[in-house]
Write a protein that binds this ligand. Structure first.
Ligand SMILES: NC(=O)c1ccc[n+]([C@@H]2O[C@H](COP(=O)([O-])OP(=O)(O)OC[C@H]3O[C@@H](n4cnc5c(N)ncnc54)[C@H](OP(=O)(O)O)[C@@H]3O)[C@@H](O)[C@H]2O)c1
Length: 299
């Protein structure tokens, strides 16, 4: 049976490190890290994500500001809010919760965020810096996956990693991180997507599978090489009449089948999800350190 990679436990360790980092910053006479979270509309999933981010901020001693606006806000109105946060010295990180209503161009909003406060790492400047191997904000979910691999002592060098999905948020950046030189990298990477042929055979060759496609239980046990490391990013609702809510969350991997074949696997929930929030906090702490003229605390 596979070892379960406990994202809650690892993210707890990171949060403790962040809390210590905040204490050090404040003891040095600097402002605590500040995160602004902009939420447009009332999408229940977005509201739940924002609540957990705001709670996480409070737990580590951050200053956080939740800015809620109705779905009817204009693009100009939202751009103005972003600009206010860019100009605010108490704010070191700006997060615009996606998706945005259709009348707002998400890319335009992302590009309005000061790259130095873009703790989600979605701004093209940060995406470009990752591409050429310069320091910058790395998107939180991929950064969290690398932390998980490193902190569980998973060897990545020379391994074949198959990334399922090519989104800007997960697939592309995790592929870059796994392929780059050094810590948690040096993999041979294959990126698969909806047009990929023979996806089953490609997965069977993987030492590491990163599943980020948003299809419930897509990766079956038969697609996994014995002993492979499986990182399940997917969050999918499936009906469950035994649950009070009428549904439950499952990943992109068929966990019950996969745990019989894999060497290690992340559960859903309790795997990648908590790591994403921990890395958001870490990016914000790094931003606050930089704005105080302090060096990065990252290895
Ligand atoms: N745990 C976390 O913190 C976290 C964070 C972010 C996302 N997620 C979850 O991760 C999943 C992916 O998110 P995302 O934002 O990357 O999704 P996305 O933007 O919808 O991208 C999905 C990707 O999967 C590919 N794909 C879809 N169906 C496929 C199939 N049958 N076979 C192969 N590839 C397929 C798509 O290919 P094409 O490009 O060809 O369309 C696309 O590249 C979602 O379930 C999301 O909820 C979790």
């Amino acid at each position: 049976m596979a070892t379960i990679i406990d994202g809650k436990k690892i993210s707890g360790e990171i949060r403790n490190e962040i809390k210590a980092g905040v204490d050090e910053l404040v003891a040095g006479g600097h402002r605590p890290p500040g995160l602004a979270v902009l939420l447009v509309g009332e999408n229940p999933a977005s509201m739940a994500y924002v609540r957990s981010k705001t709670r996480a901020c409070a737990e580590v001693g951050f200053h956080s500001r939740q800015i809620n606006r109705p779905a009817s806000i204009s693009e100009e109105g939202l751009l103005r809010l972003v600009q206010e946060c860019n100009d605010d010295p108490e704010i070191h990180g700006i997060l615009v919760q996606l998706p945005l209503p259709e009348h707002i161009d998400s890319q335009k909003i992302i590009e309005a965020i000061d790259p130095a406060k873009d703790v989600d790492g979605f701004h093209p400047v940060n995406a470009g810096r990752l591409m050429v191997g310069l320091p910058g904000f790395v998107p939180c979910t991929p950064a969290g996956i690398i932390e998980m691999l490193v902190r569980t002592g998973t060897e990545t060098s020379g391994k074949h990693a198959v990334v399922l999905g090519r989104s800007n948020i997960v697939g592309k950046p995790i592929a870059q991180l796994l392929a780059r030189k050094g810590r948690g990298g040096d993999c041979t990477v294959t990126i698969a997507h909806s047009r990929t042929r023979n996806i089953e055979e490609i997965c069977q060759q993987a030492d590491i599978i990163i599943a980020a496609i948003g299809r419930a239980r897509f990766v079956k046990g038969s697609m996994i090489k014995p002993g492979a490391v499986i990182i399940d990013v997917g969050i999918n609702r499936v009906e469950d009449e035994n649950s009070e809510k009428g549904y439950r969350l499952v990943g992109d991997v068929d966990f019950d089948e996969a745990e019989k074949v894999a060497g290690a696997i992340t559960p859903v929930p309790g795997g990648v999800g908590p790591m994403t929030i921990a890395l958001l906090l870490r990016n914000t702490l790094e931003s606050a350190r930089a704005s105080s003229g302090l060096p990065s605390s990252l290895r």
